[in-house]
Design a protein around this ligand. Structure first.
Ligand code: SAM
Ligand code: SF4
Length: 338
């Protein structure tokens, strides 16, 4: 890694490859109420003790320090973020005038029907809802919980409340989720919701990932075109967005987060803060910066900014999933924050 010169002390939050960082994913918990097989073990997942989770004031301190560096978007995630008590309070602070403004939430929606109103009232307008299948038995097999009905209720409630953007996230695993590709997009078309398929990544904590278990964007595009007609790339799409978006002739969109078959590392503008206060420049990074001590000790903006700049400056060119010798990170997806 090119570490001979120090990170710039001013200007945009940039790495040594010139990528400007403006997008922060914050995990508010590593706990979850379901057990998706590509993310968590069925039994024995280890969680951060509640006392060691970043508090809301600590998260807000971090955001306050990062804002002048050009932070533009925040996504709250987990584990399952709706398990974190008081989440609307945090969202309310993040969406206050003069704060970040663009705040999104990624959730499995099991608790959404109950919480959607308070999230909306707190200022949240963008939701990504994780749903891999509309079939109850398949949902149970993938998540090891019988919660499909509550997820669907959550989606209904969110649609009724009028969130500005609702997208569905579906993980694409070869030999498992093929039967769900067409029904999910049909459901999306009925409700005016974009479905985004995420290629299975090696973050599963049980070593079930292998390259031949990745259902690729190209394979799914072929399945969808056979059912609904031609898909064409959306013109003028944001090159920094992780999803490549396509549209049908009637304008309905589908996205593919093809991290494995079409890595987009060269456009990556993301930084991640884990629930236990570690800063990561990549999902697959093998190093991380512990900033929990700085936040506990009430460090100054300048101290925090120097650490943020240094972490981004150390960012590698990209993950090496497709290369021999690839090593999955120590932390599984639920402990990083997707
Ligand atoms: N619990 C919430 C949820 O499921 O949306 C938020 C956290 S979850 C870790 C964030 C996203 O990661 C999910 O939407 C899921 O689609 C994705 N994900 C989890 N494990 C994955 C894996 N091994 N490969 C690809 N995507 C994964
Ligand atoms: Fe929980 Fe989300 Fe992981 Fe599924 S993907 S186990 S919902 S954290």
């Amino acid at each position: 890694m090119p570490q001979s010169i120090a990170a710039p002390a001013a200007g945009p939050l940039v790495d040594t490859f010139g990528r400007v960082h403006s997008d922060l994913r914050i995990s508010v918990t590593d706990r979850c109420n379901i057990r998706c097989l590509y993310c968590m073990p069925e039994e024995g997942a280890e969680f951060t003790p509640v006392a060691r989770l970043l508090s809301f004031p600590q998260i807000l301190r971090f955001v306050e320090a990062a804002l002048p560096l050009g932070l533009r978007k925040i996504r709250l995630t987990g584990g399952e973020p709706l398990l974190r008590p008081g989440l609307p309070e945090l969202i309310g602070k993040l969406t206050e005038p003069g704060a970040i403004g663009d705040v999104a939430l990624t959730t499995n929606a099991v608790l959404l029907a109950k919480q959607a109103r308070s999230l909306y009232d707190a200022g949240l307008r963008r939701l990504n809802i994780h749903l891999d299948t509309l079939d109850r038995e398949r949902f149970r097999a993938i998540t090891r919980r019988d919660e499909l009905a509550r997820v669907l209720q959550g989606i209904d409630t969110a649609l009724e409340l009028g969130f500005r953007t609702i997208k569905l996230n579906a993980v694409a695993v070869k030999g498992l989720t093929e039967p769900d590709v067409v029904p999910l997009v049909r459901f999306g078309r009925q409700h005016g919701i974009e479905v985004r398929f995420i290629e299975f990544m090696p973050l599963d904590s049980q070593d079930i990932w292998s390259l031949d278990r990745v259902l690729t964007a190209d394979e799914m595009i072929r399945m969808l075109e056979a059912e609904f007609g031609e898909l064409t790339p959306v013109p003028d799409a944001d090159p920094r967005a992780p999803a490549t978006e396509y549209q049908f002739a009637d304008g309905h969109r589908v996205g593919f987060i093809a991290s494995v078959s079409r890595p987009f590392c060269l456009n990556c503008n993301r930084l991640r803060l884990t629930a236990d206060g570690k800063l990561r420049y990549c999902l697959f990074a093998r190093e991380e910066t512990d900033i929990s001590g700085l936040l506990r000790d009430d460090a100054s903006n300048a101290e925090l900014q120097a650490v943020i700049r240094d972490t981004v400056w150390r960012k590698w060119i990209g993950h090496e999933i497709n290369q021999a010798g690839f090593e999955a990170p120590q932390r599984p997806m639920y402990a990083i924050g997707g």
